[in-house]
Design a protein around this ligand. Structure first.
Ligand code: UTP
Length: 403
């Protein structure tokens, strides 16, 4: 079917508004983009997914961990030394709340010296490298929008001392964005506005990128520790966490922090119809929010911090399962009817994303592993206020990190 007919049927003919004024090369480019686009997002109108029956899920709490730390660390280090553990850095997001032009990891969180977010993460991982006496394969997920900048930055900074032979980049897929009228947008006269498809597709993208064929010793990998780019206190491939999950026999583990208050806006690890799941704060009823255990602690207490450990064989079984696609209302630049580039000040279009937290539900069990918030959780989401550059700087200082 030619692109004109195709778009007419979809009610998206406006994408060809500038077609006649394009040169042959741009025409071919636009046609190719139109052919390749995943139009399934046009059928998504809201992101309300039916939820099941929730129950609280306990955790391996700080006091229990303290009692078994040595044994857990030993198991974790053994797994790392045997090449069974890889780390996956999710760095494909657009970080729109931070409003930084470049990939978020390139943000300088330092004050008196330069300290890039990527550098913080590599420093944290190097602590484990030192302990284990070997490098840990690090996979970095980027997006079409930030891949080049990210790779060049790592090269330029000499991988912040990490052995680059253990670093593999891969690019996540994109999905088109849609305005409030359900129309696709042009990002250029010959291109369609797309955005990274969320952090839920990381394993599928890794597989599609053929990573497991290209890295040495890939067959040994049994565990992947997936984590967000923006938590500068993130402990990566933490031997104690790995050991605790290995010893628990669970197919997955999640680092969690105790909620600061019943109303804290954080997703909580729980059970949904008997399987591990994350209930978002806005999905919790008042009753759930304020349910207490006999010891006075909150029943739905453990908030996730986007640091998970997954068994590779379980990921293999589930990677083709379609995850729910969520909508997020974001600022997206586009070409208007007059052919001008508009950079909106406010959100104007929907971005479609799958989420890593929905992968937890595909696992049969999950160990909630408690960490100290002040020591391991300093997310950089916003410029100021909660989860911001300011709060992360404070926490870095509190942890004795020179900034
Ligand atoms: P966020 O949910 O904070 O999204 O990502 P974001 O796009 O980075 O930031 P905002 O919402 O626009 O401000 C959590 C983690 O998931 C990664 C991010 O890079 C971050 O590590 N992520 C997010 C991806 O890797 N790909 C995506 O498509 C989205």
């Amino acid at each position: 079917m030619d692109i004109f007919k195709k778009l007419e049927m979809l009610g998206q003919s406006h994408l060809l508004r500038f077609y006649d004024e394009l040169d042959e090369k741009s025409k071919a480019h636009l046609a190719q983009r139109i052919e390749a686009l995943d139009y399934s997002v046009l059928d998504i109108t809201d992101d309300e997914f039916p939820r099941g029956h929730f129950e609280p899920l306990g955790a391996m709490t700080l006091d229990k961990i303290a009692l078994q730390r040595e044994s857990f660390e030993q198991s974790g280090l053994e797994a790392i030394r045997a090449g069974k553990v890889g780390a996956v850095l999710l760095a494909g997001g657009q970080g729109s709340r931070l409003g930084f032009e470049k990939p978020k990891g390139m943000f300088n969180i330092g004050v008196g010296k330069t300290l890039y977010i990527f550098e913080c993460l590599i420093n944290n991982l190097l602590d484990v490298v030192k302990k284990a006496g070997c490098f840990i394969p690090l996979f970095i997920m980027t997006s079409e929008l930030n891949d080049k900048d990210t790779r060049e930055f790592f090269e330029e900074k000499n991988y912040f001392g990490y052995d680059k032979r253990f670093v593999t980049f891969f690019v996540q897929e994109q999905l088109p964005v849609v305005d409030t009228e359900g129309r696709l947008l042009l990002s250029e006269k010959d291109d369609i506005a797309c955005a990274p498809n969320g952090n839920g597709g990381w394993y599928a993208s890794m597989r599609r990128a053929g990573i497991f064929h290209s890295i040495k010793n890939a067959g040994a990998l049994e565990w992947l520790n997936v984590f967000a780019v923006d938590n500068v206190l993130q402990r990566i491939a933490d031997p104690c966490f790995i050991g605790a999950v290995v010893q628990s026999g669970c197919s997955c583990g999640a680092k969690v922090v105790s909620k600061a208050s019943p109303d804290e806006k954080v997703g909580v690890l729980c059970l949904e119809d008997g399987r591990p799941s994350i209930v978002e704060y806005y999905e919790m009823t008042d009753e759930m929010r304020t349910l207490y255990n006999n010891d006075g602690t909150l029943s739905y207490r453990f908030g996730v911090i986007l640091n998970y450990l997954f068994r590779v064989d379980e990921l293999e079984k589930a990677w083709k399962v379609k995850l729910p696609v969520h909508r997020a209302f974001k600022q997206v630049s586009y070409i208007n009817k007059q052919g001008e580039k508009i950079r909106p000040e406010k959100p104007n279009a929907y971005k479609y994303e799958t989420l890593v937290l929905d992968m937890v539900k595909l696992q049969k069990d999950c160990l909630a592993y408690e960490v100290e918030r002040e020591r391991e959780f300093a997310p950089v989401k916003n410029k100021t206020g909660i989860d911001s550059v300011e709060s992360a700087r404070e926490l870095l200082k509190q942890n004795g990190i020179e900034i």
